[in-house]
Ligand binder design. Sequence first.
Ligand code: ZN
Length: 436
Amino acid sequence: MKFETVALLSALQISLVQAHKAARHAHFKRQDTATTAPPPLDTSTDIPPLASISLGMPTKVPPTFTATFAGGATGPISGAPPLPTLGPIALSAWPTQDRIPPVDSPQVREWMKELEGFHIPDLRPTLDSTCGGDPEAAADAANRGWWTCGGHTRSTDIVACPNKLDWGLSFDDGPSPYTPNLLEKLKEKDVQATFFVVGSRVIERPNMLIQEYMDGHEISIHTWSHNALTTLTNEQIVAELGWTRLAIQTVLGVTPITMRPPKGDIDDRVRAISLAMGLIPILWTSTPDGGKFDSFDWRVAGGEIEGPESVAAFETIMANGTNFPTGFITLQHDLFEITVNLAVGYTLDMAINHEPKFDLQPVGECMGLGDGGVYRETTKNTTFPYRNNTGLDVNGDGTPDVLVNTGTGTGAGFTITVPFWSSLTVVALATVSLFL
Ligand SMILES: [Zn+2]
C-alpha cells in the first residue's frame, strides 16, 4: 500500500474516532445541563451495586455539607497565608456560571498584559476541538502540538509521574454536591489527590474547595466554564484561566501554578498562554500506543457505558501502570453522583489494595515539587515554575526552556522568553472588590 493511501486511511480512521468522540462529548455535555425529569430517588445509604451504576439509576440527595474552617485558620502548608475571611460571595460580581467570561472586563484586559514578552503562536482556534470536526487543523496537528488530535505533547507538559508505581491521582470538574462523599473516603484511606476545579463551581461552593485544600489535596485550575480551550480566542483563554485563578486565590489565599485543559484539549497556543500566565499544563498519561490512563467514569455519567465497563477500564489502567516504566497520572471526575460512587465504592479500593502496591498521591507531589510546591505563594523551588524573570525553566537545568516537540510530529516548537508576573498587585486589588 502506498504511503499516501496508508496516511489517508489512518487519517480517516482518526477522523471517525474523533467524530465518535465528539458525539460522546456532546452527550456528556447534555447530562451536565440536563433539563429532563430527574431519575428516581434512592433513599438507601449504601453505594449501589456496580451493575446498577448507569445513567438514569436512582439518585440520592447530596450529603449535607457544612463549613468547618473559619477565616484566619492555618492552612496545611508551611508558609502559606491563613485562610482568607470570606463574606457571602456575590455571584453577580463574577462571570456567569458555566459560560465563557466576557473579554472586555478590566480584569481580563489586565491579565492580557501577562502575555507581553511571550511568543504566542498564531494558530487560529479549532472549529470544535476534534480532529473530525476540523480536518484542516487536524492535518496540522503535529505542528500545532495538539494533544486532543494525535496526542502531541511538549516538554513543558506534565504527562506522567517520574517514579515507577507512583500514581498521580486526580479528580476533575468539581466541586460538586457529591464531592464531600469523595473527600470522606479519601480521608478515611489517608489518600490525597489533585483536584482540577472549575472556577464557576468554586464560587458556587467555596467551602468545599476549602475542605479539599485543608485535607491536604492539591488544587489546580480547570477553567471557568469547561469549554475546550483550542476553540477559544486568546482573550477568552486568558479570561477562562484568569477568573478561575482568581476564584481559587480568593477562597484559599494561594494561587495554583498548574492547570489542566478541559478534555485535555491543548495546543501550542493554549500552552503558551497558560505558561505566560504562570500555569504549567498537566495532562494524563498515555501508553506508547495511545491508550490513555482514563477511567472513563465520565462515559458512565454520559450514558455511553455502564459501571462494570468503567471498572474494567480501571483494571486496564492498573495493569498498564504496573508495567509502565515510570509512574502515571489518571483521570477521574467528582462532578456527578455516578462518578463519585464509582470512586468511593469501587475504584479507590481497587487502587489501594492492588499488588504490587501503588503510591497514590497528588500530581505535584509525585513530580517532587515538595510541600506547597504547586502554589505561587509557597513554592520553595526557585526555578520551578518560575519565581523570577530569568526565564521559564521547567526541567531545572538552569537555562530557559525551549518548548520542543515530544510527540510524534515534527513541529518546530517555540521559545518562551522572559516571563514575569505583572499582575500580582492587580489581582490582589480585584479580589477585594469582588465581595460585598
Ligand atoms: Zn473536565
